[in-house]
Design a protein around this ligand. Sequence first.
Ligand SMILES: *Cc1c(COP(=O)(O)O)cnc(C)c1O
Length: 235
Amino acid sequence: MIKENLAYVENEIQEACRRAGRAREEVTLIAVSKTKPVSDLKEAYDLGIRVFGENKVQELVDKYEVLPKDIRWHMIGHLQRNKVKYIIDKVDLIHSVDSVRLAETIEKEAAKHEIVVNILIEVNVAREESKFGLMPEDLDDFIRQTAGFTHIRIKGLMTIAPFVENAEENRPIFERLRKLSVDMRGENVDNNTVCILSMGMTNDYCVAIEEGATMIRVGTGIFGARDYSLPGEVR
Ligand SMILES: *Cc1c(COP(=O)(O)O)cnc(C)c1O
């Protein structure tokens, strides 16, 4: 089923790129594999997938240990500061940086490893109370306060749009995130580095691509529905 799903998603991505007059290479598909068994990830890997998204530290580390080393792991879920140390040298990109304090911890842990860690700032564009992320008006402060950090590199912005029946309802959310990233480029941030826009999930990635997404995070659309009721299942 994963093979057919991937073929379907790939076709949808290409169609959305075509509609938007964008090149397929501008959009990176992140296979969101949270809750899924290693065998599913291996199947996707064998079909050519190299970028996986996880939202729990323990689960990411467990899968990292047993899967091929050329996989690029993306942390997409809320990250607690005391867990940064477990993933700092394992992730390609942290999508979910939502406070200066978290950025400080990442900076400190990255310095210990003498590495520079790529991050995205999570923005709560829809202002949903249940969601993490900076409010749009707090972006400038975040950038100012982290300007001196030499072990993190702010690569762009991420948002989780609301769950909606009709993906079109999220178009203004994606449009807003893109505008925010354009504004950021005008700020004193290193120009070309702020270029990633991580937005769009199974239900709305086509609209997100039309609005400029450079990374889409697709779970259900690739691996099928998640079952949170399985005994012992890591979420
Ligand atoms: C689970 C998750 C996704 C994928 O959601 P689907 O609707 O299954 O595609 C994307 N982004 C984040 C941050 C997630 O937690």
